[in-house]
Write a protein that binds this ligand. Structure first.
Ligand SMILES: NC(=O)c1ccc[n+]([C@@H]2O[C@H](COP(=O)([O-])OP(=O)(O)OC[C@H]3O[C@@H](n4cnc5c(N)ncnc54)[C@H](OP(=O)(O)O)[C@@H]3O)[C@@H](O)[C@H]2O)c1
Length: 234
C-alpha cells in the first residue's frame, strides 16, 4: 500500500492534512512531527496511520521519513523569530532533496502563503509578516524557488489568511501562477488540506502554484465538495 507523508503534521494545517488523507484516500499516512510523544492523543486512531519523528532541518531524518513515500505535503513552519531560514526555506530544500533521493515521490506539495512573491514587497501585510518572523515571506519565497528548481514534481499552495472553520463553507477561488496577491480573502485550514491532498495526484496541479482563498462575503457552496476541490486546478 502506498504511503503519503505530512511534514509538520502536528501544526493545525498538518493535522487537517492527516485527517483529509485518511478520509479521502485508502493509502497509508505517515505523520511526521518533531516529538511524537507530544501528539500521542492528537491524531485519530487508524491502522493506516503512523506517527514518526522527523525535523525538516535534519535531512537524514527526512530521508528516513520519506522512505517509500508517494506524496509529500510540507505543512511545517518555523517557531521563533529566526526560524524562517532553517525551516521555511532550507527545510523545503532538504525535503526536495530527500524526495529525490527516495525515488518514489510523485509530488511534493508545499503549503506557503499568498504574500510570498516579491512582486508584493511593498504590501503592508507582507511587510508585517516579514517582521513578525525575520524575513518570513522572503524565505518562504526562496523555498518555493528551490522547490521549483529541484527537479521533483511540485505544487505550491498559497493560502490567504488561515481560519479554524470547517471545510466547504464557501466557494473556494484558486488562481494559477499569479505573482501579485489577488484577493485578501481567508480560507479554512481544512479547505487548504483538501486542496493539498488533491494536488498530490491531480495532473493539472503539477508544477504550478495556486493562490487559494474564499471571497468575502462568503458564497455558500451548493454542490459536491470533492468535485469543487478537484475542479480548482483548471
Ligand atoms: N496563519 C495564517 O493566517 C497563514 C496564512 C497563509 C499561510 N500560512 C502558512 O501556512 C502554513 C501552515 O500554517 P499553520 O498555522 O497550520 O501551521 P503552524 O502553526 O505554523 O505550524 C506548523 C508546524 O510546523 C512544525 N514545525 C516547526 N518547526 C519544524 C521543524 N523544524 N521540522 C518539522 N516540523 C516543524 C511545528 O510543530 P512541532 O512544534 O510540533 O514540531 C508546527 O506546529 C505555514 O507555512 C504558515 O506560514 C499561514
Amino acid at each position: 500500500m502506498s504511503v503519503n507523508v505530512v511534514l509538520g503534521a502536528g501544526g493545525p494545517t498538518g493535522q487537517e492534512c492527516v485527517k483529509r488523507l485518511l478520509e479521502a484516500t485508502s493509502e497509508k499516512v505517515r505523520a511526521v512531527v518533531r516529538n511524537p510523544s507530544k501528539y500521542a492523543d492528537v491524531f485519530s486512531k487508524s491502522d493506516r496511520l503512523e506517527v514518526v519523528a522527523g525535523d525538516v532541518t535534519d535531512e537524514s531524518s527526512l530521508r528516513t521519513a520519506l522512505e517509500g513515500a508517494k506524496g509529500v505535503i510540507f505543512a511545517a513552519s518555523g517557531v521563533g523569530y529566526w526560524s524562517a531560514k532553517p525551516v521555511d526555506y532550507e527545510g523545503v530544500v532538504k525535503t526536495a532533496a530527500a524526495a529525490k533521493a527516495a525515488g518514489t515521490v510523485g509530488r511534493v506539495v508545499v503549503v506557503s502563503s499568498m504574500m510570498t512573491d516579491p512582486a508584493n514587497r511593498w504590501h503592508p501585510v507582507r511587510i508585517l509578516l516579514n517582521n513578525i518572523r525575520y524575513s518570513l515571506m522572503d524565505y518562504k519565497y526562496k523555498g518555493e524557488e528551490a522547490l521549483r528548481n529541484s527537479g521533483v514534481s511540485w505544487t505550491i499552495v498559497r493560502p490567504g489568511g488561515l481560519t479554524k472553520g470547517e471545510r466547504g463553507k464557501s466557494i473556494i477561488t484558486a488562481v494559477k501562477d499569479v505573482t501579485k496577491e489577488v484577493g485578501m480573502g481567508s480560507i479554512s485550514r481544512a479547505d487548504v488540506a483538501a486542496i493539498s491532498v488533491e494536488a498530490l495526484t491531480n495532473p493539472k496541479a503539477a508544477n504550478a502554484k495556486f493562490s487559494v482563498f474564499c471571497k468575502k462575503p462568503e458564497e455558500p457552496l451548493g454542490g459536491d465538495y470533492n468535485a469543487h476541490v478537484a475542479s480548482l486546478f483548471g
